[in-house]
Design a protein around this ligand. Structure first.
Ligand code: HEM
Length: 465
């Protein structure tokens, strides 16, 4: 038990200095209180701007202006998941085949972290910028490099005294900004092309506009509706697309890599894989041998497996950081911790997830823990104790905070969950995995959980059934 965990277990807050800045991490039983605070009391945006040093690393303060990236993720991306499923699956399966190979005879050594990063970057961008740009290797390379260097840059900037930051930040972010410019040089011409197309279409409604269903298009249409010239500036639209790259690739790939290592390193990994293979095969067959959103929703055991890995290793050890705005500060209701105005308060995600009061055998990996809780439930008759909605990967609660909880819970979790489920459905049906007797340890870099980055596993394509 760490010193911080000792404080939390006694219902006390703990001051945690970290790479993300200084946080007052309140005890688990006060997390619900934090989720209920109003926007005038605590701010998620100010905290994100601070954590990311958005001015220097992103250029535009994070998601402050309408139409926000968050709004489009919630409104358009999530609602279009059914329509996007076949495109995502098409991109994902091609990308996996290219990265892991299709040789059914020889085992191949692959680095899950790096290969999944490339696969997820390409697949996500299929939904963001369409089929041509998502295969642009320069775009993918720069999107990944930009995302990988954003946090290190913000951490370095935070160590510089405030008055010197405008001077020093451009030097710290040289490499990061090079990749931001590269992404911009690739996406901006497409933004301009689409804006011009829409202008032509508006001045000549007879001329058909090209139907497109991707994030960039929704962003442009939202900007048109907002009637705010700022939102329509090509570089602002481009900038918002760049933010999207950052919030997507690493969290999904990191979580998928962890989940894969968890499965293949269990002594009973063959049986776990067999349960998952049966579920994916049966579901695929029951849905006309096609992956639709409806079919993906039926993968309860896989859903449970992914949720269990995220429970054990959420992307950050203490999350849902909020900057205290309330004049005169706030006092928490139970531990009576005083939170002065200007401090950052967070919840202890890992401590919540590893509390025996919340989870039976909390430190043990039980891949089907959540599926078992609702075994036998039907949509028509979900009993209160086994409702599958509550235990699904995307469901959040004060006890399940891998995606945060409340108004600022991760809006991209539905897209992330579908992508991860499709990825696992594909790799489990199409590849064998060599058992890994020792799982590489979980690594925490400051508050961040980092999946094994350098380790390799062995995979072999399965014969066609
Ligand atoms: C497995 C993958 C992912 C994980 C584990 C994850 C986790 C999280 C967490 C813990 C937060 C903070 C929530 C809070 O402050 O309470 C967050 C915020 C956010 N996530 Fe995700 N995320 C994932 C994927 C995605 C994807 C794919 C997108 C975009 C489509 C996305 C977009 C965002 C945005 C925009 C925010 C900030 C929301 C706001 O503060 O308004 N995330 N995510």
């Amino acid at each position: 038990m760490t010193i911080a965990e000792k404080y939390w277990s006694q219902g006390q807050a703990c001051f945690v200095p970290s790479a993300l800045g200084d946080h007052v991490v309140i005890p688990p039983n006060e997390s619900e209180w934090l989720f209920e605070q109003t926007d005038s009391a605590v701010s998620d945006t100010v905290n994100l701007n601070n954590e990311l040093q958005a001015e220097a690393t992103i250029g535009e303060p994070f998601m402050v202006h309408a139409p926000t990236v968050r709004g489009i993720i919630t409104r358009d991306l999530t609602k279009n998941l059914s329509a996007l499923t076949s495109d995502i699956f098409d991109e994902l399966s091609t990308a996996v085949d290219e990265a892991w190979g299709i040789d059914t005879q020889e085992w191949k050594e692959v680095n899950p972290f790096t290969t999944l990063l490339g696969i997820i970057a390409r697949t996500s961008n299929r939904a963001y910028v369409g089929p041509q740009l998502c295969r642009n290797e320069k775009l993918i390379h720069s999107a990944l490099s930009y995302s990988a260097t954003l946090f290190p840059c913000s951490i370095a900037i935070r160590h510089v005294p405030q008055p010197l930051r405008p001077l020093v930040s451009p030097l710290i972010t040289i490499y990061n900004q090079y990749h931001r410019r590269t992404i911009s040089n690739i996406i901006k011409p497409e933004v301009e092309r689409r804006l011009a197309e829409l202008n032509i279409h508006h001045s000549d409604p007879e001329k058909p506009s090209q139907p497109r269903n991707d994030f960039l298009q929704w962003l442009i249409e939202a900007a048109l509706k907002s009637n705010n010239p700022y939102d329509l500036k090509p570089h602002i639209i481009t900038q918002r697309m760049i933010i999207l790259q950052f919030v997507t690739m690493y969290p999904i790939s990191n979580s998928a890599t962890d989940a894969l290592y968890d499965i293949i390193s269990q002594p009973n990994s063959a049986s776990i894989l067999s349960v998952l293979r049966n579920e994916t095969n049966d579901t695929f067959a029951a849905h006309n041998n096609t992956w639709s959103k409806r079919a993906v929703n039926k993968l309860h055991k896989l859903d449970s497996c992914l949720k269990e890995s995220l429970r054990l290793a959420p992307v950050v050890a203490f999350g849902s950081g909020r900057y205290v705005l309330a004049k005169g500060g706030l006092t928490t209701p139970l531990s009576k911790t005083y939170l002065p105005e200007g401090c950052t308060v967070a919840i202890p995600s890992v401590a919540i997830h590893s509390d025996p009061a919340n989870y039976d055998g909390p430190t043990t990996y039980k891949p089907f823990r959540f599926a078992e809780r609702h075994e036998g439930a039907t949509t028509e008759n979900p009993s209160p104790t086994n409702s599958n909605i509550r235990d699904s990967l995307t469901a959040t609660s004060p006890l399940s905070t891998s995606f945060g909880h409340g108004r600022f819970a991760c809006p991209g979790r539905f897209f992330a969950a579908d992508q991860m489920k499709m990825l696992f459905a594909y790799i489990i049906r199409n590849y064998d995995f060599e058992y890994l007797p020792a799982r590489p340890g979980r690594m925490w870099v400051g508050p961040f959980n980092v999946a094994p980055m350098r380790d390799k596993i062995r995979v072999r394509r399965r014969e066609k059934r």
